[in-house]
Design a protein. Structure first.
Length: 162
């Protein structure tokens, strides 16, 4: 169901067990896991769970940092005007571009009616739980990430090669 609906993960509300889509790509797994664990830790709002997951990934090893940035970068670029988007994508290496293409390919295998139904149910669930923006709240992570001064958070900054 997760693969067909385009759901990457969720928390079982009865046992607080993190459930992941087995189709999530290896480089996506750390971020998705951190996002779901953020919910378990009490961050119910999707933007906050995304933000906590991103910060968590920044504190991990190289694989985790890649997972965090591979989540956030496409969303940051998508928020820019089209001409700026193209200019930025030109500078991205072939490895990350292939990974982004793999994510798009994974998501293209969803079944539209299942995906739309799951999205509608999730939107209603979020709104019923006082998330006024519903599923749009996932994208609100950009306001949190862009509004955070990471330069002052020395515990988040790692020297290159570490």
């Amino acid at each position: 169901y997760f693969r067909r609906a385009g759901i990457d993960g969720m928390v079982d509300p009865f046992f607080l067990q993190v459930l992941l889509n087995d189709g999530v790509l290896p480089f996506e797994r750390p971020f998705v896991t951190a996002h779901e664990w953020a919910h378990v830790a009490g961050f119910a709002h999707e933007a906050e769970a995304n933000f906590v997951a991103w910060l968590t990934c920044l504190q991990g090893d190289e694989r985790m940092r890649y997972a965090g940035w591979s989540f956030l970068v496409p969303r940051l670029v998508a928020a820019l005007p089209a001409d700026r988007q193209l200019a930025l994508w030109v500078g991205v290496g072939s490895g990350p571009l292939a990974d982004f293409a793999a994510v798009r390919a994974r998501l293209s295998r969803t079944i539209p009616v299942v995906r739309q139904s799951a999205r509608r149910v999730n939107d209603q669930y979020l709104r019923a739980n006082r998330v006024a923006s519903g599923v749009a709240s996932y994208g609100e992570v950009l306001q949190l990430a862009v509004g955070t001064d990471l330069g002052r958070a020395q515990w988040l900054v790692r020297p290159a090669g570490e």
